[in-house]
Design a protein around this ligand. Sequence first.
Ligand SMILES: CC(C)(COP(=O)(O)OP(=O)(O)OC[C@H]1O[C@@H](n2cnc3c(N)ncnc32)[C@H](O)[C@@H]1OP(=O)(O)O)[C@@H](O)C(=O)NCCC(=O)NCCS
Length: 403
Amino acid sequence: MALHNGLQLRAAEPGDVDQVAALLEARGDPADAVDMRLVVGDPDEGLTACGVVVDGARVVSTATLLRETVVIEGVQVPTGQVEMVATDPAYEGRGLVRALMDWAHERSRHRADLLQVMIGIPYFYRQFGYAYAMPIPLVRPVVGDGPTADPTVVVRRATPDDIGAMARLQDEAQSCADVRVPHSPACWRWLVARDGSSQLVAERDGHIVATCRITPPDEGVTIAELAGEPSATASLVAHARALGPGAIRVVERPGTAAFEAIRLNLAPLDGPDGIADWFYARVPRLAPLLQHLAPVLVGRLERAGLADRRHEVLLSSWRSHVRFSIGPDGMSEVISGGPEQGPVSKGGSGVPPDAIPALLLGPDGATGLEERLPDCWLGRQRELMSALFPPMTSDVLTFYLAV
Ligand SMILES: CC(C)(COP(=O)(O)OP(=O)(O)OC[C@H]1O[C@@H](n2cnc3c(N)ncnc32)[C@H](O)[C@@H]1OP(=O)(O)O)[C@@H](O)C(=O)NCCC(=O)NCCS
């Protein structure tokens, strides 16, 4: 695709890889170059996942779209995640990442993704339709000597052969979350191969009983994605402590057995450290996503005791709206339409477009959003909306750690 001043946007080609790696390293860190080579070399992603803007033969901007799955109360939602975004300083501010985000979103739409999620620098991605949707877990320092290691457990770095066991432990840890994002099979391959973080496993009698992911021990280790048997968790923390000097920190995972086992060994957080960052999410089109979530919505209606009759739902995002009906015999087709400025007077609700990701994925639910947003009005459908869109807990695993 031709951009201005002779620049071209296209999928990466083999001859671009070294330049993309160098650009990511220059604008991020050396681990980003390693990660990029893992992604473009993987059969599930490949070179076409990576978009570049070139000036002649020179790569001047890049972004990569990864495949993800967001699971909402058991329903899998095909999702895209944009990562590895960078522009050469000499070409900044010319709309190159805006063009690459359009390219990535079009690619995501083409393969039938219904959602995009990502971690990113503050505010920037809101300009491309993303909104802060799910809190990122807090990171807490280990106090004192930390938990006592279980002598029956051996901790070692994971190999590709351990992926199945690690994925099972992560599935168990995520089972208590309403919204979960597991690592894709490709991501597991990158995680055991990359050096930006390492995977650890704790083994007892040849069986993997716990796992976690750790950052390089340069300035103290951060332990994330802790999962598995409670007593083995202590061994993972003790192992991380032995890797080098500096504070050990643990990413919270409330409600999981592994995290609760060491909770008392962690310092409380106050001030800015106690304020969560958030994952971004983007809902490109609400109607197909709601349609896909019909089994979830019908289940919620039943659990709320509201499935005794049929309900007509009008949900306006002010500049557009959706309508559907839901009741004891299921959910109708979701119809979308244009601006709807008076939903409440018609018995419906208004939720601004930038609150839709939080409505579907976030911890506030419809009523929590109404309390804090001046342009969120639930109207006479309040009870129905709070049943259909309750507060969500989430557990999100991403290629890059949000620490
Ligand atoms: C952040 C970065 C990717 C922006 O690339 P870019 O090609 O200059 O971005 P664009 O020109 O497409 O900017 C798109 C819009 O964002 C605005 N913008 C640019 N940099 C911004 C920033 N850091 N924060 C907020 N907005 C920004 C632009 O003004 C533009 O707005 P407009 O379309 O309304 O005019 C680039 O500065 C970079 O490589 N930074 C270092 C690496 C990095 O932070 N990567 C992102 C990791 S998540």
